[in-house]
Design a protein around this ligand. Structure first.
Ligand code: SF4
Ligand code: SF4
Length: 317
């Protein structure tokens, strides 16, 4: 592909995920973020983010996610979410992902800041599985309390974010039961070996575990499968590594708590978010030229955009 052809293919940023802190108040077994030494700064410099994202370059953002670590530990989260509501009023999704642990006071402030916020709560099964995976007795009950609060105080239904681990596929049926009972959406992904933002995972699947996952997925009601196309592709990916060409190159980015921006989470180059508008074409040219797919791309947010329905992402076509 020539440089001219590459340039004509460059696109505008559509999805931005902002990590407000790497601190967390839980100790999940499949996560390594909490095991690492804290790296400064402890929290995002929100004033810097507001200034940078005020640039017209970011006007077309469709998806804005606040995450961490545990984002409810960020003292300025409600302020950030209120600001984003005014800055990106027509975004398809403004979302936050939380483990819900002791988060009720923050959730109350978020409901006031943006009642259209999509609140995603991590849930990995019923209490014995969830509490063991999160390293905290009572964390399952706290998620249920969070679901009830979100249902009553936000306009969008809560979304349950479930990460299925090898040998634990049956827990998906429990999450489906919770979703059905409490009228929640589900977003589903398998844990695999790789790097996730600041963390690392050494999970691997045996053929028998993948076959069992296929069986469980076939038993799940559609409404508990999240994105149907994406979920249908999971078993084949785990068995063979087969995946679609990534449709999100040059469309998605991540901001770390230090204010550095990266295309997706796997590209190594990080630059201050304020420099992105001026350097965008070069960044995208490099991304389009690179073979950047890694196993963790399959399950993480950016690549999953490849499976969004056209009504949610017409710019993918
Ligand atoms: S997976 Fe999330 S909630 Fe669990 S320890 Fe890691 S950052 Fe915290
Ligand atoms: S293959 Fe991975 S790193 Fe490359 S653009 Fe897609 S999600 Fe991003």
């Amino acid at each position: 592909m020539t440089r001219t052809a590459l340039k004509s293919a460059s696109m505008a940023l559509k999805l931005l995920s902002i990590a407000v802190t790497w601190r967390c108040n839980l100790r999940c077994t499949i996560c390594s973020i909490w095991k690492q030494a804290p790296s400064p700064p402890e929290f995002l410099d929100l004033d810097r983010i507001k200034q940078a994202l005020g640039h017209p370059f970011f006007d077309g953002l469709e998806y804005l996610n606040w995450f961490g670590g545990e984002p409810t530990l960020f003292p300025r989260l409600a302020e950030a979410i209120a600001w984003a509501r005014g800055r990106f009023p027509r975004a398809h999704e403004r979302a936050v992902v939380t483990n819900a642990w002791q988060a009720r006071p923050v959730l109350e402030r978020l409901a006031g800041a943006d009642p259209d916020l999509l609140v995603c709560l991590s849930l990995d099964g019923f209490a014995p599985v969830h509490d063991a995976r999160h390293g905290q007795t009572g964390s399952y009950d706290e998620v249920l309390r969070g679901i009830l609060f979100v249902r009553d105080h936000f306009r969008k239904r809560p979304r349950l974010s479930v990460t299925v681990a090898p040998g634990g596929a049956e827990a998906l049926l429990d999450v489906a039961a919770v979703a059905e009972y409490y009228d929640c959406e589900v977003a589903l992904r398998p844990a695999v070996r790789g790097s996730y933002f600041r963390g690392e995972s050494d999970v691997s699947w045996t053929p028998a575990q993948v076959a069992n996952l296929d069986t469980v997925l076939n038993r799940l009601p559609d409404r508990a499968k999240g994105n149907l196309d994406f979920t249908a592709a999971i078993g084949r990916f785990l068995r063979t590594g087969a995946h679609r060409p990534c449709a999100c190159k040059g469309l998605t980015g991540v901001v770390d708590p230090d204010g550095k921006f990266r295309l997706c989470h796997s590209h190594e180059l990080a630059l201050p978010i304020g420099e992105v508008p001026a350097r965008w074409d070069g960044l995208v040219l490099d991304a389009l030229k690179s073979e950047c797919f890694k196993p963790e791309c399959f399950i993480d947010g950016p690549y999953a955009l490849s499976y969004l329905a056209p009504e949610h992402a017409p710019w993918l076509k």
